[in-house]
Design a protein. Sequence first.
Length: 122
Amino acid sequence: MSNSGKSVFVFGIYLVVLGLGFLICPNFILNIFGIPETAEPWIRVMAMLLLFLAYYDVQAARSNFIDFFKWSVSARSSVIVFFLIFVLLDIAPPILILFGVIDLIAALWTAFELRRENPSGT
């Protein structure tokens, strides 16, 4: 597995942990971050989507799907922008920015590894 693949694989495992946490014990996870508990089904829908994204990341990493890695860099880099907007509009708590920062760091790691593996960018 390439280093860029490893970065996507690690991010996929992070998503598995997060997704399982929100699926199995969402209010426990929400409490850790100071977010109010919920009985709404949407938190588990989000968990399911996180697990689907994790599956894509892990499988792409195992297949060394370079184009996927490139696509994921721009998508994961944009998460922080959305989360900042949500917080600024007061529709999400500021702790949400932490998750955006994690996505951004992971995306930058993948971008760095992609550039290192192919300096010419072709």
